[in-house]
Design a protein around this ligand. Structure first.
Ligand SMILES: Nc1ncnc2c1ncn2[C@@H]1O[C@H](COP(=O)(O)OP(=O)(O)OP(=O)(O)O)[C@@H](O)[C@H]1O
Ligand SMILES: [Mg+2]
Length: 364
């Protein structure tokens, strides 16, 4: 069936390695999001799957077939491009029906399938118009209709929702997920919106500078980020990152000029085994895992308030601590009472530990 796999795939444009030694296996029927900042190689990865680019090294399989050198038209994929890439001189109906025409499907069957899919996407009354005569959101749905009309084995989506307003975006997101489930196809979906990836994906592949730095189910990646880059990229506001030195011995602790946090001896031991006695490390804590405390105690962080934002169901309190900003998320619709000094409580179990180079320190 239609699994998609990359084996050590590389794509260089001159000296730029847009994709740099990427391997993965996407299961049949799975929905995978490629997530990463601009320029990290997401579109290039999709174009390699579609056959619009040929790799400079490595191999690609779709289903049972090795497709590395196969032309785009001979691969059974449907793609929604970042800019939709609709044919301006064709009507909406002709745009949607184009993949069927290329595949020599008879005209009445073609009309039937175009009508069915456009009805589904609520653009059935626009079929006679040209792309220039419909809205951005309608163009986007036309592009989706064209990608799915021939029921490909693999859907490829390149930031398909980026031009939609927030409300339409949420609707379209649920719709795409529903459609993919209903048709049981494999989907690879590119986005740089972490919330969208969390919401829609079976697995998220986080990309950075042409490489996949972590791949896994959304909550696993969120709860167990492999690097500070991944930790920062997933979650809004992002994970707080604080520098400390770790000490074991009589008083195991995390120490900095601004605070001294007691640690369990066992935790200090495996951290010291990694970074050395007194070694520097980065402690990551998500905003939702901090809490406001009434007073300073051993183990709290204290700082002056920087901003208080009430967002409706929750509030964000940001304070200055040790030269960095630290944000706390409070799940309350009551604006928090913030004094001139704010104390934060945090639990060791909720801390993430990273080397100063960014890699997660695993519990020994
Ligand atoms: N045809 C090309 N020729 C030369 N360089 C290219 C080409 N296509 C992509 N690149 C380069 O490869 C890198 C990855 O580009 P790609 O378009 O895959 O990024 P992306 O993750 O999709 O970014 P965005 O989020 O901005 O769409 C970038 O440095 C880009 O400039
Ligand atoms: Mg792109």
């Amino acid at each position: 069936m239609a699994l998609v796999s990359f084996h050590d795939v590389e794509k260089a444009f001159g000296t730029v390695k847009a994709v740099d030694g990427v391997s993965f296996v996407i299961a049949d029927g799975e929905f995978v999001c490629l997530l990463g900042p601009s320029g990290c190689g997401k579109t290039t990865t999709l174009r390699l799957i579609a056959g619009l680019e040929k790799p400079t090294a490595g191999s690609i399989r779709i289903g049972e077939r090795e497709v590395t050198q196969l032309a785009a038209k001979d691969r059974d994929v449907g793609m929604v491009f970042q800019d939709y890439a609709l044919y301006p001189h064709m009507s909406i109906g002709e745009n949607i029906g184009y993949p069927l025409k290329v595949r020599k499907v008879a005209p009445n069957e073609r009309d039937r399938r175009v009508a069915e899919v456009s009805e589904h996407l609520q653009i059935g009354d626009l079929l006679a118009r040209r792309p220039g005569q419909i809205s951005g959101g309608q163009q986007q749905r036309t592009s989706v209709a064209r990608a799915v009309v021939h029921k490909p084995q693999v859907f490829l989506f390149d930031e398909p929702l980026s031009n939609l307003d927030a409300k339409l975006r949420l609707e379209a997101r649920s719709f795409l997920k529903h459609l993919q489930r209903e048709l049981g196809v494999t989907a690879v979906y590119v986005t740089h919106d972490q919330a969208e990836a969390m919401a829609i994906a079976d697995r998220i592949a986080v990309m950075h500078e042409g490489k996949i730095v972590q791949i896994g189910p959304p909550l696993e990646v969120y709860r167990h980020p492999a690097t500070t880059f991944v930790a920062n990229f997933l979650g809004n506001p992002p994970m707080n990152m604080l520098r400390f030195q770790v000490h074991s011995g009589q008083r195991p602790s995390l120490a900095s000029d601004a605070a001294q946090l007691p640690l369990r001896a066992e935790t200090a031991a495996w951290l010291v085994a990694d970074v050395g006695e007194g070694g520097e490390l980065i402690v990551g804590v998500r905003p939702e895992h901090l809490r406001l405390e009434a007073r300073a105690t051993p183990g709290t962080l204290s700082g002056e308030p920087y901003a208080v934002e009430t967002l409706g169901p929750e509030s964000l309190v940001t304070l200055r601590f040790d030269g960095t900003l630290v944000t706390v998320r409070l799940f309350s619709d009551e604006p928090p009472d913030v004094d001139s000094v704010v104390h934060l409580g945090l639990d060791e179990a909720k801390m993430h530990f990273f080397r100063t180079g960014g890699e997660r320190i695993e519990r020994a």
